[in-house]
Design a protein around this ligand. Structure first.
Ligand code: ARG
Length: 296
């Protein structure tokens, strides 16, 4: 065995080959981005924001998705809704059906009808919810199962409702750290679809921040995802988990150095995009990305 051969390093042997899968996303250009109210611990209206910088950083993420071969749809930004750039909260979509959000805070309530209109126009069977929920911010599809967060935004009742709407198993998880108030700030789905799409029988995998959950939820995650990447507090605190994956390319914050290394060791291709300006509103890469599954 030659030492030069890359195949002889244990790291290469351990890392499976990953396949990128085509994604369709909905994004919203942050033309009206600012921080004028506080609904999460990251938002400090006294700190100045730079809208042009937010747009330029967002544009890099948009361009990267296209370069990777994904499709990106856009929803028109509404004046007076500075948080609309975080389209992950705009809904939860599977199999051509869209479950619309019902925002916890009044400041964002007006976004919901705009998203509902967009989904209807795009041909989605659009469901208006009864329960408070913030879309893909708190609902993550992993394989066939919906992981659902509660504690700060979406209610436990919305977990029941989303299960009824999609007829899938829902696993409720309790978030306990106010900095990680949406599930997508504490869990990254690395392989969105199970089985065939993953090219094998292995399970869809995730990365998560253990400290963001209570003991019971952590136990559930350990049992369901024994191979998960456990992310350090340091990387979690820079929104390292708020990332988007196509099964091979994982877009992450350049500040999440440890996570970057962990991803490489597992055969993923981390790509760094800096959304520092959007972090002032308490959001990152995943928050700016809503997956459109099964559009007609
Ligand atoms: N300022 C927004 C809020 O607090 C940020 C939303 C971030 N979105 C997310 N999917 N985590 O609602």
């Amino acid at each position: 065995m030659s030492v030069e051969s890359p195949a002889s390093t244990p790291e290469t042997i351990a890392a499976p080959a990953r396949t990128a899968h085509h994604r369709r996303y909905l994004m919203c250009r942050p033309e009206h981005f600012t921080v004028s109210y506080t609904i999460n611990p990251w938002m400090e209206p006294a700190k100045p924001t730079d809208t042009a910088k937010a747009v330029a950083q967002w544009q890099k993420l948009y361009d990267l998705y296209l370069e990777l071969g994904h499709e990106v749809e856009l929803i028109e930004p509404l004046a007076g809704y500075p948080d609309m750039v975080y389209t992950a909260n705009g809904g939860f979509l599977i199999d051509g059906r869209a479950y619309v959000p019902k925002f916890r805070f009044e400041e964002r309530a007006g976004e919901a009808p705009a998203f509902a209109d967009w989904f209807r126009a795009a041909g989605y069977d659009t469901i208006i919810p009864e329960e408070v929920n913030e879309g893909e911010g708190d609902f993550l599809l992993v394989g066939d199962v919906i992981l659902a967060g509660t504690g700060f935004r979406s209610t436990g009742d919305s977990h029941r409702e989303v299960g009824e709407v999609f007829g899938r198993e829902v696993v409720s998880l309790n978030l306990v750290d106010p900095r990680f108030y949406h599930l997508d700030t504490a869990i990254a789905v690395l392989d969105p679809v199970q089985g065939v799409e993953n090219g094998g029988p292995e399970r869809a995998n995730i990365a998560y921040l253990p400290g963001a959950f209570d003991d019971a939820s952590r136990a559930i995650l350990e049992e369901r995802f024994p191979d998960a990447i456990l992310v350090s507090d340091e990387d979690g605190s820079v929104f390292g988990l708020n990332s988007a994956s196509d099964g091979r390319n994982v877009i992450i914050s350049p500040r999440a150095k440890g996570f970057e290394k962990q991803l490489r060791e597992r055969g993923y291709n981390p790509i760094m995009i800096d959304l520092s300006e959007l972090l002032l509103g308490g959001g990152g890469i995943k928050c700016c990305t809503l997956e459109l599954r099964g559009a007609k």
